[in-house]
Write a protein that binds this ligand. Structure first.
Ligand code: ATP
Ligand code: MG
Length: 494
């Protein structure tokens, strides 16, 4: 029998009693672990906890990592959201980084708590992990978040706070998104998500700020892209596929590919670089296009050269009837995207707009045509700021450079190449002046040569024309002579 006299009073006795109590608890726990299956044990623990917890004013929501086989989006969002809420009081953090990531991911560790406030409501998050059952091969660690707050705010938490967490997480993901470049030639895909496309991170640093283009044109393109991504409902209302086509044309080195990279970096859309010459049939094309994702840019470079795919010999084709043609491609892209693609941008580039198939130019096909042309003074200023860190118009040589640029055809790529030759501003700009002058002389010489050639050709043509005229005259004369002969002969026979 237990009596009050049995209660230990001295510290030593208290310690001994506590030690023996703990030992027997541990023994009981380990016996229970062996005898009672995990599920039942978990159930009993939570039932007992529920029975013995005094009625609380708090409510706790459980957010499991998965729902059945599928990941729970609220869990994933919470994980991202809580990364932004880590306070200096947090004691343990988990750090990770995949090869693709640029920065470390910092996340809370199991058992850690984070206190958040939303509209003056205090919300406690706890990250809970349960160990896998050692006796079962299939069991794995389960992870969930517990969200605890005052019961009276239940509706506000469910209707406003959790949607807010989801939206914030999406925004963070957008910010952190690494734009990818998919290419069918690329042999690997780190994320294993590209299907038949290999991918690498798009490391192209081009942004709209660094692009040498007329500011108005730049603003117009940015405005167009902004409008496009905002207009989901509009496209739905008018029954059009939510896509936008761009045709970029201009000489090599004027920034067509750079503009595509700038668009991708701006929209945070992945790029699918489609090499049409590697596609042999419509079914091939369908498979490839179907494996691209929404919110992406499909790029077909040098479309005028790709048109030559029509001329491949029939042995290379799987079947003649299945042969890939440009208009087939366009119809297919239109059809496909009308039915299953959302928020797609398609960009064609060409060096020769005049050589393009009219099917590509007809209204409604490529929504925006952009002429990427030779460098202007404005373009030079941007390049000088990018490459040398100077406001291009503040240098003693700026005036000379700008008037040279305005008087000739020089591409941004050529200017960029010159500016890269030295870190020394004076040296680089002097080099650029030299280059521009040399190029101008060469261009003038070429022009003169062409003109000479032309006048030589003209002269030859004139000579040829004169010779032809003389020949005609001669022929006519012969005729007259002949006629004369005939007349004389006729006269003679009379
Ligand atoms: N408008 C520009 N603004 C900034 N840099 C540019 C511009 N145009 C060209 N460059 C520079 O020149 C390089 C080549 O340009 P880019 O590949 O974009 O030209 P392109 O028009 O696509 O040429 P191609 O017709 O040969 O494909 C770029 O990497 C960039 O450094
Ligand atoms: Mg290019």
């Amino acid at each position: 029998m237990f009596s009050l006299n049995d209660i230990p009073t001295s510290p030593a006795a208290l310690f001994t009693a506590y030690a023996s109590f703990s030992a027997s608890m541990m023994l009981m726990r380990s016996m229970a672990n062996e005898l009672i299956p995990t599920e039942l044990r978990n159930y009993l623990t939570s039932a007992l906890r529920f029975l013995f917890t005094p009625l609380s004013s708090d409510l706790t929501l459980l957010i499991d990592e998965t729902t059945g086989m599928i990941r729970n989006q609220v869990f994933d969002a919470a994980e991202v959201y809580l990364r932004t809420k880590i306070s200096p009081n947090t004691e343990r953090l988990r750090i990770s980084k995949t090869p693709r990531q640029k920065a470390l991911t910092v996340a809370i560790d199991k058992g850690e708590e984070i206190i958040d406030t939303f509209q003056n409501i205090s919300i406690k998050w706890r990250f809970v992990c349960t160990e896998p059952d050692k006796n079962s091969h299939h069991s794995r660690e389960t992870r969930n978040f517990e969200v605890t707050f005052n019961k009276k705010f239940k509706d506000k938490i469910l209707d406003s706070y959790l949607p807010y967490v989801l939206a914030r997480a999406n925004a963070v993901r957008e910010e952190e998104k690494v734009v990818k470049l998919y290419n069918r030639e690329c042999p690997y895909d780190d994320d294993q998500g590209g299907g038949m496309w290999g991918s690498v991170n798009l490391e192209h640093p081009a942004t709209f700020e660094t692009l040498a283009m007329e500011p108005e044109l730049k603003m117009a393109i940015i405005g167009d892209l902004d409008r496009f991504v905002r207009r989901r409902e509009f496209y739905k209302k008018v029954g059009k596929a939510w896509k936008r086509g761009f045709l970029l044309y201009g000489p090599p080195g004027t920034g067509k590919s750079s503009l595509i990279a700038a668009m991708a970096n701006y929209l945070k859309f992945d790029i699918y670089d489609l090499e049409l010459t590697s596609i042999y049939s419509n079914s091939d094309l369908r498979r490839v296009l179907l494996s691209t994702t929404n919110r992406s840019i499909l790029v077909i470079e040098d479309i005028d050269c790709s048109v030559e795919m029509q001329n491949r010999n029939s042995e290379e084709q799987f079947e003649a009837s299945n042969r890939l043609t440009l208009s087939g491609l366009l119809n297919f892209i239109d059809g496909l995207w009308s039915s299953c693609g959302d928020e797609r941008v398609i960009v064609f580039t060409t060096n020769n707009k005049d050589r393009l198939d009219p099917a590509l130019l007809r209204p409604g096909r490529m929504d925006v045509h952009i002429n990427m042309s030779y460098c202007t003074s404005n373009g030079f200023r941007i390049l000088a700021a990018n490459y040398l860190g100077v406001g291009g118009n503040h240098h003693r040589l700026s005036g000379e450079i700008e008037s040279l640029i305005e008087s000739m055809e020089v591409t941004p790529a050529e200017i960029a190449e010159e500016l890269m030759k030295s870190d020394d501003v004076d040296f680089a700009l002097e080099g650029l002046v030299e280059f521009l002058k040399r190029k101008k002389v060469e261009m003038n010489e070429k022009k003169m040569l062409e003109e000479n050639n032309k006048s030589e050709v003209d002269h030859q043509e004139t000579l040829a024309e004169e010779a032809a005229a003389a020949q005609t005259q001669k022929a006519k004369k012969h005729k007259i002579e002949d006629n004369d002969v005939r007349r004389i002969m006729r006269n003679n026979t009379r």
